[in-house]
Design a protein around this ligand. Structure first.
Ligand SMILES: [Zn+2]
Length: 122
């Protein structure tokens, strides 16, 4: 197990993989998510050195961790908002799904809930 130097997440990895990550990120081991974020950052700012991108992303992670730890309600509210938005989107896509595939999908849940909705509206 190695711990990400940006976000503190522990990940299991082989020594070879660990070395290759350390080689590409200036001797630091960072998790898959962070490495993607850092790579993305460098793509957006071609002038940015890897150290700068790492520092930048590390600060972001630290801030994120602190915000959650200090104010659990904040992250909870954010999570709830995400869930609400997602279920709203799901509802819309379920409706489309029902309308287009209603005849072919007899056994799946979106169909069942669609049937329920239709029955109650008739
Ligand atoms: Zn990380």
């Amino acid at each position: 197990m190695v711990e990400c130097e940006c976000c503190g997440l522990s990940e299991e990895c082989t020594p070879t993989y660990k070395m290759s990550i350390k080689d590409s990120f200036g001797g630091k081991w960072i998790c898959g998510l962070c490495s993607e974020a850092v790579k993305e950052k460098m793509k957006q700012n071609p002038g940015l050195a890897i150290d700068g991108a790492l520092e930048n992303h590390g600060a972001f992670c630290k801030q994120f961790n602190q915000t959650i730890r200090i104010n659990p309600k904040l992250s909870l509210a954010g999570a709830m908002r995400d869930i609400a938005r997602r279920s709203y989107q799901n509802r819309n896509s379920t409706k489309d799904f029902c309308e287009s595939k209603i005849a072919r999908t007899m056994s799946c849940d979106p169909f069942m809930s669609c049937v329920k909705v239709q029955r109650s509206s008739f």
